[in-house]
Design a protein around this ligand. Structure first.
Ligand code: FAQ
Length: 349
């Protein structure tokens, strides 16, 4: 929050004991400062006062987003060892590493709200927090890597560009970098699919099959229709979200149709048609039963994804322990701090 008055009113003052009436007045003042900051399109920063429900909703969304990034590494990582060339393998490895990096930015953003990474990972592993529905589908052929880049990263960008203007500063700033990297991911996917589409008949068919399987789940990534979206209205009032699920889904469809034409591929929807009056493409009904079923854990790969995630976490325990021991040794005042020269293997005089 930028204004000095708002800043003074909105910052929490730990340990300050006020009588109940004064405290209620203080909270009302803080709420008013928060509302004014949001209305003025200012950023809310970690030390600013914020309503508990705003904090909780941000943690929910950011955690789900972070979990999606790290679970989202799995479907494509499945193809690293089988990439068709060294160039494709190098690109894919870089992309999958980027997704891990996005997870780290997002867990850090959640930490600024007072929720640690351990707690969030525990909630993911025990099924108390979600990750994106899209990552519960299998990657059956190499073309799926291209389809994910084009459609899944494309949908992610469409959703995340407006989040660069999210009212919560650390989330908004993380999104700026994430979106730049996602743009590279989207382009590499498009380029890979284009090569397949213009390749042999079998390669073209493989690209088309991948698009057929990833199109509808990509549209589901934007969340349920607006009239079934429980959080949208409040999130938009708080300017966490800037657009509704249906608005962003429509934007994505409008972007994809001409891109599919350039690729020489068709989108698997017979109802897809330009609507002159609306200035948008109309599209067919989405199978929301499938979406809710995937969210309940019944998608084709839910079990596999979470089992793999838990196993990776357990196998990484020694790395976390070693990093924590190293940090403790180097903490200011540590009595076990090793001699710096000896640590670097240099001879001491
Ligand atoms: N999957 O009231 P709404 C990526 C849940 S990153 C699972 O509309 P909201 C990069 C929702 O949580 C992809 N659950 O919710 C990449 C809520 O349940 P809750 C992730 C979903 O928050 C590419 C309930 O349904 N991106 O792909 C989904 O207002 C390639 C009611 O829904 C983000 O997370 C879903 N698709 O809107 C990585 C972006 N949709 O929490 C690797 C940030 C809804 O009450 C490879 N998030 N639900 O238990 C957002 O923008 C929003 O959270 C939405 C949902 C739009 C996803």
């Amino acid at each position: 929050m930028a204004t000095a008055a708002a800043d003074k009113a909105a910052r929490t003052e730990p340990g300050e004991a006020a009588p109940p009436a004064a405290s209620a007045a203080h909270t009302a003042e803080q709420q008013a400062a928060f509302d004014a900051a949001v209305a003025a399109d200012e950023r809310i920063e970690p030390r600013d006062w914020m309503p508990d429900a705003y904090r909780a909703s941000l943690v929910r969304q950011i955690a789900q987003h972070a979990h999606s990034e790290i679970i989202g590494m799995q479907p494509e990582a499945n193809w690293i060892t089988r990439a068709p060339s060294l160039r494709r393998k190098a690109i894919l490895m870089a992309k999958v590493q980027d997704e891990a990096g996005h997870g780290l930015y997002l867990y850090s953003a959640a930490e600024t709200l007072g929720t640690g990474r351990d707690e969030l990972l525990d909630k993911l592993h025990s099924g108390r927090q979600k990750y994106s529905s899209i990552f519960n589908y299998p990657t059956l052929t190499w073309a799926d890597v291209g389809a994910i880049g084009w459609l899944v990263d494309g949908a992610a960008i469409t959703n995340q560009v407006p989040l660069c203007r999210c009212s919560y500063g650390p989330y908004a700033r993380a999104m700026v970098r994430v979106c730049k990297e996602e743009s590279f991911h989207q382009r590499q996917g498009y380029e890979s699919l284009l090569a397949l589409s213009r390749g042999t008949q079998a390669q073209h068919e493989m690209a088309q099959d991948a698009v057929n399987r990833w199109w509808w789940p990509s549209l589901m990534m934007f969340g349920p229709p607006d009239d079934e979206s429980s959080h949208s209205e409040q999130s938009m009032t708080w300017k966490i979200k800037r657009h509704s699920n249906d608005e962003l889904r429509q934007r994505f469809v409008d972007i994809c149709v001409p891109q599919a034409e350039s690729l020489g591929l068709t989108l698997p929807d017979p109802d897809l048609v330009w609507n002159e009056a609306r200035g948008h493409y109309d599209f067919g009904p989405i199978d929301w039963t499938e979406f809710w079923d995937v969210l309940k854990g019944n998608g084709p790969c839910n079990e596999q994804r979470i089992t793999q995630r838990r196993r990776a976490h357990e196998e990484g325990a020694w790395v976390r322990d070693a990093a924590a021991a190293y940090a403790a040794k180097h903490a200011p005042g540590s009595t076990t701090r090793p001699d710096t020269a000896a640590q670097h293997g240099e001879a001491t005089a």
